[in-house]
Every structure is written in C-alpha cells, then in structure tokens.
Design a protein around this ligand. Sequence first.
Ligand SMILES: Cc1ncc(COP(=O)(O)O)c(C=O)c1O
Length: 368
Amino acid sequence: MQRAAPQEFSRVLSSMCTEPHPAARDAAERFLATNPGDPETYQEVARLERRAVETLGEIADLSDPHGYVTSGGTEANVQAVRSARNRLRVEDPNVVVPESAHFSFTKAADVLGVELRRVPTDDDHRADVDAADAAVDDDTVLVVGVAGSTEFGRVDPIPELAAVAHDAGAFLHVDAAWGGFYLPFTDHEWSFAHAPVDSMTIDPHKSGRAAVPAGGVLFRERAGLDALAVDTPYLESTSQATLTGTRSGAGVAAAAAAMDALWPDGYRREYERVAELATWFAAELRERGFETADVDLPLVAASISEPVFERLREEGWRISRTESGELRVVCMPHVTREMLTAFLADVEAVHAAGPEACSLSGDVGDAR
Ligand SMILES: Cc1ncc(COP(=O)(O)O)c(C=O)c1O
C-alpha cells in the first residue's frame, strides 16, 4: 500500500499552521513517547515545558509566568474562561468578547455553562470599548481582547479593555494565539507590561513554528493556574491544572526547541519578512481591482466574488473567507513572494476567463 503523505504547503494561504522549524521537527520526534501530563515520571519533558513557559513569558513581557503548553489556542481560551469562572464564583457568570473573538470562546461558554456576550467591533474590526463597557455587569468574570484577530489581524485596545474588566471586578484575557510571536516587534500595546493583563493565549504552533500540538496559556498570578488544579490520585504527581490528561510531549519539546532557535532574532527577521510581504501583496491585489482592508499584522483580507473564490479553490489554492465574505491570506512562515506571485497569476487567469467568473465585487467596509 502507498504511504500516505501530508499536503504540501505550496498552496496553503489561509491556514495559521505552518512548516515547523527543523529543530522543532527533530525535538517532536525524539519526545513522541513522553507525557508532560505526568511530570514526575516524564521529568525531562517537564523541564522543557518549564523552559517553554519561561520563554513565552519573555515574549509576552511577564517575568514570573504561570502556565503550560496546551493542545492549542482553543484549550488555552477554555482554560482562561474556566479559571476566571472558578476564581470569581458568581451565580450566573458571563464573559464579554468582541465579535471578532475566535469561536473557541463559543465552545468555552458551552462546556463551562457561562453566558457569552458578544459585543460589536468598530469600523476597523477592533473591539468597541464603549460596547464592552455597556455589556459588563456584576456577573462578568472575564473580558477578552484579541491581539491578532483571526479574520483581519487586528489588535484590540488592550489597556482600555483591561480598565473595563477591572472596573467591573472581572479579569482581562488577551487572545494572542496567532499574533503573539509578531507583536513584540510592533508598536502595539498588547502584553503583560503594557496593561494589567491577567491571562493570555499565545500559541507556539502558529507563528512560533513549533509542531502541532503546542498552544500556550499564561497567567500573571499563581492563583490563575491554581484555580484549574484537580487532585490526581494515581499519578506520581499529585495535582494537574491542564484540561487534557495525557498530553503530547512532542508538542512541548517542539515548542521549547522552536523558541530556543528563534527567540528573539529569528522571530524578528520572520516578522519583518512577512510584514513586508503582506503590504506588497495587498498593493498587488488593489492594482488588480480588489478592495483590501488596511494591513496591520501580516494578514490580508480582500473582497472577492464567489465565482472567483471557487475557481481559485479549484486550482488547488487552500483559501478561506471571513464571516463577511472576504478572502483571507495569512502570511505564515511558509508563504513566500513566489507563492503569492503564482496566486496572482491564477487570479489574472480567472479574471481573463470571462466576466461571470471575475466580478471583483464588494467593499470590505460595507461587507460586514
Ligand atoms: C485568535 C485565535 N485564537 C484561538 C484560536 C484557536 O487555536 P487552535 O486552533 O490552536 O485551537 C485561533 C485559531 O486560529 C485563533 O486565530
């Protein structure tokens, strides 16, 4: 039988996963048969996890971080909601998130029995602080700000949202699952040093170039993590704060190895490359008649008609759209100028194929 092979990355434009760094790939293979969920038995991978959390803390400007390497951004967000709910113990808890928040918060609300209050974003797809302020009440346990939104790469006003959260007696969580490895090289205010952030999601398996699965959750205070701990009678270790039990040592080792290899200079170089690439690509699309949203973090959102989108998918491009219909191209480490030049050539070919296949309609602002 033929051996199954994974997809190549040469036509993957909308995914937030990427080629792992070679050191991460190597570490993942070596640590395949380890379980950081039982740190007394698997001590070496536990040591690597402590190192990974230290480095995630450095990236996010937190000197004494409490956290762990999760299975991904979803688990990290679920755990942030769970921690806030467990710490505040109000009768009818609610969480306030911007409309741009990732759907993992919908899952969190569902499994944890908290109400999810989604508040509008402004014209630039950033959380509307006044709307968040109007939505909080005495039962709010968490306010969420996104630092690198999934659809438009936007960074919410984190210090202002922190003030809203704390005035209401709630915690402030920053979802930097994707943006966290780019933001240190920007002027954005997003980190534990910029605002009284209580917890953060920051995923090595996205722009951090670890192997999947390797997300990250960080808490400013020990109590944030402790609020998640349960007793573990049959293990060598006696308590566990993670959501999953047995976990991937491959992901943990890959995260530590990728960050050892790339933080900070490798990530800085990568950010500079993709920032320039995204700006160039947006300009090329505009020249061809597409409306594009302003580029902030390296993600390009552009209006595109259904037929053009479908034709490009038929050509093998792995692309997706925002909820309001824009094409989204995420400039991940595997995305190069050559790839995007080939994509643009296919866009032109589709355009040349006929009027019904190329009505580049829609305005990014109005499409919402
Ligand atoms: C901002 C943000 N948060 C959370 C997630 C969920 O991460 P995961 O797919 O690793 O669970 C994503 C995924 O793209 C994301 O973009």
